[in-house]
Design a protein around this ligand. Sequence first.
Ligand SMILES: C[S@@+](CC[C@H](N)C(=O)[O-])C[C@H]1O[C@@H](n2cnc3c(N)ncnc32)[C@H](O)[C@@H]1O
Length: 467
Amino acid sequence: MNRFLFVLGSNWQLSLAELDNFLKNSQIRGRITDYSANIAIVEFDDLHKNKYYINDLMELQYLLGGCQKIAEIYDFVDIQTTFNAFPLKVEKFKLIETKRREILKVINDILPRIFPKIKNESIFFAVSIYPNLYDDTYYSDVLVKHFLPFLNKEIMALLNEIGAKKSLYYRYPEENIKSGNLNPIFPHNVIKYGLFNKDRAEVIFGFTEEGFYIARTITCDDPNFKKKTDEERPFKEFKSAISPKLALIMLNFLNLFEEREKKKILDPFVGNGTILLFALIEDFQIYGSDIDDVKVKKTLRNLNWLLNELEEPIPYMLNENIRQANINKLSSIFDKEQFDGITTEPELGPFYNQKPYYTEIKKLIDSKLKPIFEATFREAYKVLKPKARISIVAPIFSTVDGGDLTLNIEELARKNNFTLIPLLDLNRIANKSNQKLQFQRKHVKAMLDAKKGQIVKRKIFVFEKEN
Ligand SMILES: C[S@@+](CC[C@H](N)C(=O)[O-])C[C@H]1O[C@@H](n2cnc3c(N)ncnc32)[C@H](O)[C@@H]1O
């Protein structure tokens, strides 16, 4: 069938937008044909025709910040069959039995494709169910409590019938199954349990509004590596730093997918260097600056630490490429039209433990942040190549007495000849009937990256330099 299932990151909207942008603009073309708040179904134009497509998918997994796993789809069961086989309220026993048998027939047919050799083998499998939305009662009450045990038991029985010497399944904690509160197996456990081996597999049952896709995981995120880079570097501010995943997603929105080793990326507010660390991992040529000389030194120390960890040589002129400078002076330390892209998180103001007052934030925005963001666009225009992009974080402040407040970054960008690029192309995404899954024009102009209750939220924007 040549369709693939992508398990999205926790910020599913941003992950979906990142994936769609990649499929639209990189050399690996394709389309998202269906999605939920956890998965995207992708049809590639011709990736699957390549004999080594698994390598391409592994590379894609490495590149994308918002992708947890990629799985190959073997079949699909429509939602009506699923509801009939596993209803919220049990009434028609006969229908349940017939429909469950239909589902088992589908699974039975694909087992030999998931496990190339079953006879006399010891097989281990983990079932992962990704619901349409985690807060659906259908997930907690039916899928976790009934569908999961059914799948575990029946797949084990089918494998034994085909002639497996032994078959075992991954056991989720019993208390999670009882409470209906369950997360599918995490990527680090997929790696730990060797679920890419021939006699082992993670079998994904990925739900959308249309039904469920049955797929086998072929690659997954290696969170240990990103975590190590983020947490073990010599300098880091845990309270406020941008996450590795967000740094990767923002870098991908620059649309620089090919020959990255030739592309020059700038972060003019390096801080402790998170964005540059991940830009280095993604093979870019890195440049940076910050008003604070101590930050510049910390970024350099972090970069040297990472290069040492990766056992890679120090890039030519690294020390000269990361420099102390006020954003106002950016174009006097870097060349005109030097950069292929800018990814940055400018000054966002102080770290708040409690919600601030409206007047305090209004003053912060008008007297401090607005001039910084304005200078960013003015200077970015000078140092960026024509048509190059900037992906940038803008803060949204939650105040005690005046709701949410932000600065009008779109106007500042427009005044400096930058065009807003919506993060998701609505023409390429089929709309969903559940409101929580819908995208409207206002949702895709920029996207939030924030935890519940966060006082300063990040909003991600992408702009393109006009000619
Ligand atoms: C929010 S931090 C960037 C954090 C970074 N993304 C990280 O993960 O470590 C913003 C940085 O902007 C710098 N900064 C503040 N005002 C500046 C200005 N006018 N010009 C250049 N840098 C400035 C600060 O020193 C600070 O390091």
